[in-house]
Unconditional design. Structure first.
Length: 398
């Protein structure tokens, strides 16, 4: 079989897989995202623009737990949630701390929830706008509540704003531990904490995950969404993910959770926790991509009962083929098992169907593929013997 034919064969299969994964409602949601709206919410949360609270103009300065802006931010977003038709709830967990929840009840599974959340408090007791940390995530939650409110979902979606993250994840821990003790069915939590900074303009975002419940599958879903919806962030998978923000509260209580944020390592926001942490420092195209990745992942989850990437297993024609380790970092072994190993061609594709590597063998049932140069993401390994496709397997580069 010529190389060209092999490539076409794999490409057509890949397009079937990828095409299947794209949901038209999610596409509409992504089209509805409006950067003017998103950045206006950031301005309102950081005092650059006024808000209206109980009919009166007001300004939110610091959202630190001891500042009046903390309560003002809560009231401001509460009105937004109500205005978008969400059921509003809150969790007062201490004299100073209060989480805000905007709930969109699922039409088929009202008790099964996906949660999109961010902390709304900030650090700096006097003047610290906390634009990146974390008006960026909070505004992305408000924009999501605006956009998602136009659609219905079989699963319940909760838009959550946590308080007192800066004091040690107090608000999110209070919520997640209560949910665990109530046996709540939280199918997945997506955290957004700092989405605005991309100083080196490499479009790389962190995807934080730990092997808790179905968190790895949720991370798969985010990686797939990045490609399927042409968001095109480079994703840096951090496993085990940081314990320093609210997704950790969900892992601690045994729930499925991931975190999407700018790079905490290597390209950290130099204005973090300073009075200069303002919208003016944002990389706006990067901010938009991060928000859209979270929305696409949430949308795919809330519209589909599967929290895993849907792959047609029937395409894997030979179960004897094994890939290990998977996920991998530097290399992967293709073990052909009992397949007769003459005239074998192994091809590595990305999710766009681009052929990245092709290795032929006539003499070995175990073939090492070097994966060092590949960015983090989902890939496919195709095995052809003579003119027959023996198998197509999905694998992950961390
Ligand atoms: Zn933060």
């Amino acid at each position: 079989m010529e190389n060209k034919k092999i490539i076409l064969l794999f490409f057509s299969i890949l397009m079937t897989l990828v095409g299947k994964a794209q949901n038209p409602i999610v596409l509409n949601i992504l089209n509805d995202v409006n950067m003017d709206s998103l950045t206006f919410f950031v301005k309102q949360l950081t005092g650059e623009e006024q808000v209206i609270i109980n009919g009166l103009p007001d300004t939110i300065f610091s959202r630190h737990k001891d500042q009046p802006g903390n309560e003002k931010a809560f009231q401001f977003v509460k009105q937004k949630f109500a205005g978008y038709g969400l059921q509003v709830d809150s969790l007062q967990f201490s004299a100073t701390g209060k989480n805000l929840l905007g709930i969109k009840i699922g039409t088929t599974y009202p008790n099964k929830k996906f949660i999109l959340g961010a902390h709304y408090d900030n650090i700096g007791s006097t003047v610290a706008p906390g634009a990146d940390d974390n008006a960026s995530g909070s505004a992305a939650v408000i924009e999501a509540s605006r956009v998602f409110s136009g659609y219905t979902f079989p699963f319940t979606i909760i838009f959550a704003l946590w308080d007192e993250e800066e004091q040690g994840l107090i608000g999110s821990n209070a919520y997640a531990s209560l949910a665990a003790s109530n046996n709540d069915t939280i199918l997945g939590y997506i955290n957004m904490d700092m989405l605005g900074w991309d100083g080196n303009n490499d479009s790389i975002a962190d995807l934080h995950v730990r092997p808790v419940a179905s968190s790895l599958q949720l991370a798969d879903k985010a990686m797939a969404a990045d490609t399927v919806y042409n968001i095109n962030l480079g994703l840096h998978v951090v496993n085990p993910g940081t314990g320093a923000t609210d997704h950790a509260a969900f892992w601690n209580s045994g729930f499925t959770a991931i975190g999407i944020n700018e790079e905490y390592d290597g390209d950290f926001n130099p204005f973090w926790h300073s009075p200069a942490d303002s919208l003016g420092q944002f990389n706006l195209p990067f901010y938009e991509k991060c928000a859209k990745l979270a929305y696409a992942t949430l949308g795919d989850c809330a519209l589909d009962s599967m929290t895993t990437v849907s792959i047609d297993e029937s395409l894997i024609t030979n179960g004897n083929i094994k890939l290990y380790p998977n996920p991998t970092t530097n290399g992967i072994t293709v073990d052909l098992g009992t397949i007769f190993f003459k005239n074998i061609t192994i091809s590595v594709f990305n999710m766009k169907g681009e052929l990245l590597q092709m290795v032929s063998t006539d003499s070995s049932s175990k073939i090492e593929i070097n994966t060092e140069g590949l960015p983090s993401g989902i890939y496919y390994m195709g095995v052809v013997q003579d003119q027959t496709m023996m198998g197509m397997k999905r694998w992950i580069k961390l």
